[in-house]
Write a protein that binds this ligand. Structure first.
Ligand code: B4P
Length: 191
């Protein structure tokens, strides 16, 4: 089993690249953002709680997303590996993920961190907001709040995995194809 974390600030290309990576490597894609948006669409109690926070650009509580990932791991016993997209986003989530993977006698193989400038992130998210209908993408204040949350709570996750020599920084500006190639190069090296 080979497990990958695709890491980076909001708008860095995690969702975009994940779609291609799962096709190429046959991994199970786990995006906490997508799972939360599907809970919102189904108007579940969890979705209603999450929507309130996501619309403000804040993170959803750790226990909620850890519970979602724990169920997703249990529901996919045949997976040949997982691609985590947008998770973990706090150190507590990273520690919980390590424990869950240990129970399955596996671990994170590599963390690929997409590096993109703040101005480019804001521009990409505003552009997506024109068509996505996502309330967290069409307001510049909310986008800045998401980037601030990333610096305050999420960037430390890369430091956590750096201790285990698992992190590679990948330039995240350029064409989608160029970035995909750089990601594949690192995965092939570590797989
Ligand atoms: P996510 O769904 O994870 O959303 P994201 O960070 O905005 O997206 P991503 O980074 O995948 O977007 P992409 O670059 O592909 O999270 C949304 C919210 O959910 C969070 O704010 C939080 O509230 C909550 N949440 C999720 N997970 C959580 C967790 N673990 N803990 C707590 N809360 C959690 O795309 C951006 C745009 O850039 C697209 O339009 C794309 O087309 C474009 N783009 C991509 N690559 C490009 C390139 N190379 N050049 C130009 N444009 C590019």
């Amino acid at each position: 089993m080979f497990n990958i974390i695709l890491f980076g600030p909001p708008g860095s290309g995690k969702g975009t690249q994940s779609e291609r990576l799962v096709l190429k490597y046959g991994l199970k894609h786990l995006s906490t953002g997508d799972i939360l948006r599907s809970e919102i669409a189904s108007q579940t109690p969890l979705g209603l709680e999450a929507k309130n926070l996501m619309d403000k650009g804040q993170l959803v509580p750790d226990e909620v997303v850890i519970g979602m990932i724990s169920s997703a791991l249990e529901n996919n016993p045949q997976a040949k590996g997982f691609l985590f997209d947008g998770f973990p986003r706090t150190e507590a989530q990273a520690e919980a993920l390590d424990k869950l993977l240990k129970l399955k006698q596996t671990e994170i193989g590599v963390v690929l961190a997409l590096i993109v400038s703040e101005e480019e992130l804001v521009q990409r998210l505003l552009n997506r907001g024109l068509t996505s209908g996502r309330p967290d993408d069409n307001n510049v204040e909310v986008i800045r709040a998401r980037i601030t949350e990333y610096h305050k709570k999420t960037s430390v996750v890369a430091d956590y995995y750096r201790k285990f020599n698992k992190v590679f920084d990948i330039p995240g500006e350029g064409t989608v194809d160029e970035i995909f190639e750089s990601l594949c190069e690192k995965i092939d090296e570590r797989m």
